[in-house]
Design a protein around this ligand. Structure first.
Ligand SMILES: CC(C)(COP(=O)(O)OP(=O)(O)OC[C@H]1O[C@@H](n2cnc3c(N)ncnc32)[C@H](O)[C@@H]1OP(=O)(O)O)[C@@H](O)C(=O)NCCC(=O)NCCS
Length: 161
């Protein structure tokens, strides 16, 4: 399978949503309504959209009747001036173990390094040993930290003057 990695385009939205609903069971969990993949995409388009990447099956190999089948992987990155972060890494079930996840992570790492980002952090659910094995294979190690979080009440972003 010949794959290219490029920046997300709005036309990829439905294909990405389909991929995430399959790859992330938590998006189908009615008990976690705050996990809204469409909102995640909209928010990312408002904040460093150039760090949202998709892996796309090259045209010559794609099924002409199935445009949505072209997107086979995603990753979102962000840089806050101190650390880089990685989110929403996913590869379609039928395209796994072909090195696409590795390519997506390396692509995001390069984009962050090019911005002067010195370190990349990410979080993996402890219930996903396969994902931990994937990141271990890419050289990621557990830091001696406790991950803390707090949910904020969201407000409309202030309009720029
Ligand atoms: C994690 C994920 C992105 C990996 O994508 P991928 O394209 O299959 O990964 P790669 O082919 O680049 O794998 C590279 C190496 O990682 C390790 N690895 C990958 N998947 C693995 C698994 N399920 N179990 C154990 N090791 C694994 C292997 O060492 C592999 O090399 P190998 O195939 O030569 O043995 C993919 O499994 C996925 O989309 N999972 C569901 C979504 C998810 O949970 N994402 C992470 C959110 S934090």
């Amino acid at each position: 399978m010949s794959i290219s990695i490029r920046t997300f385009a709005v036309a990829d939205t439905d294909a990405v949503l389909a991929l995430w609903l399959d790859a992330f069971p938590e998006y189908r969990d009615a008990g976690r309504p705050h996990r809204d993949p469409r909102l995640s995409i909209a928010n990312k388009l408002g904040t460093q959209p150039e760090l949202f990447f998709v892996a796309v099956r090259d045209e010559s190999n794609a099924d002409d009747d199935d445009e949505s089948g072209a997107v086979v992987g995603t990753v979102m990155a962000g840089y806050d001036g101190h650390r880089g972060w990685l989110y929403s890494l996913a590869v379609a079930q039928d395209a796994r173990r072909l090195g696409i996840g590795t390519r997506l992570v390396h692509h995001a790492e390069s984009a962050l390094a090019a911005r002067g980002c010195p370190k990349l952090n990410l979080q993996v659910l402890s219930s996903k040993p396969d994902v931990l094995a994937f990141y271990d294979a890419l050289g990621y190690r557990a830091d001696a930290v406790v991950s803390l979080g707090k949910r904020l009440s969201m407000q409309e972003p202030e309009a720029s003057a």
